[in-house]
Design a protein around this ligand. Structure first.
Ligand SMILES: [Zn+2]
Length: 253
């Protein structure tokens, strides 16, 4: 009975553990929920089963470079990755963007990455309209994901950049833009989605690991400042660590 109640709560997307990764989300988006009851402990102590962990498996899957269920909004701003292994995905770069700066919604980021920014709508747009840039993914303030470039292709998000002594990060990275600024706190929904998406990327690309998740400000210091002081790196890594620990614990049931 307790078990059924827990499943019901999980299906409703409610958190049983404040601050944990299993927090509320769009009910329909929660498609995979694993509940673990550590029966071995209960048997040893002759007590009722103890609920020890709840794991929400990532909702995202990657097939042929496309992230599902991200909304596909193709950008023409991309090229092929280098061949012979040089283009293997080994880095994840976090950015921020908002258009006009500091304003959210409006669809201008999508328009910008599709080279159709309406310059008459804001004075700032005239300054950037001629730029041809893109990212693979964009996570808006509601935590919704848009994909602009196939992950197998080289998006134009990092520019002049260097990570661990290797230049041209666009060659071997995935770029994720968070809708935001360097100083506005990112939303809970954005962190949830970012953790979900990152986990899917880590699973899909074996050479990508937690130590190779970085910010644009770190690969282009002095030139770029995003995702900025508002981005809580600890929250991202803690969220990923919890998932990984949960997943490995699950294997020894
Ligand atoms: Zn950036």
């Amino acid at each position: 009975m307790l078990f059924i109640m827990i499943i019901s709560m999980a299906a409703a997307g409610r958190s049983l553990r404040p601050g944990g990764p299993f927090t509320q989300g769009a009910g329909a988006a929660i498609v995979a929920t694993t509940i673990k009851v550590r029966n071995s402990i209960a048997k040893r102590h002759n007590r009722f089963p103890i609920l020890t962990e709840m794991i929400r498996v990532t909702d995202f899957t990657i097939t042929d470079g496309r992230l599902a269920p991200a909304r596909w909004c193709p950008s023409p701003n991309f090229g092929p990755r280098p061949t012979d292994g040089a283009g293997d995905i080994t880095l994840l770069v976090i950015h921020n963007i908002s258009l006009p700066p500091g304003q959210y919604g409006g669809g201008y980021v999508e328009a910008f990455f599709q080279n159709r920014l309406p310059v008459a709508d804001h004075p700032y747009f005239a300054e950037i309209a001629a730029l041809q840039v893109s990212s693979h993914l964009f996570i808006n303030r509601q935590g919704e994901v848009v994909q602009f470039v196939n992950l197998n292709d080289r998006a134009w998000h990092a520019g002049a950049s260097c990570h661990s002594g290797r230049d041209n990060c666009n060659d071997y990275s995935v770029g994720i833009e968070l809708e935001g600024t360097d100083t506005d706190a990112y939303t809970d929904a954005q962190y949830r989605t970012l953790i979900d998406v990152s986990e899917a990327l880590l699973a899909a690309y074996p050479d990508l690991h937690r130590g190779r998740i970085t910010g644009h400000e770190h690969i282009a210091p002095g030139r770029k400042t995003d995702p900025g002081i508002a981005f809580n790196w600890h929250r991202l890594f803690q969220g990923l660590a919890h998932r990984m620990n949960s997943a490995s614990a699950q294997e020894d049931v």
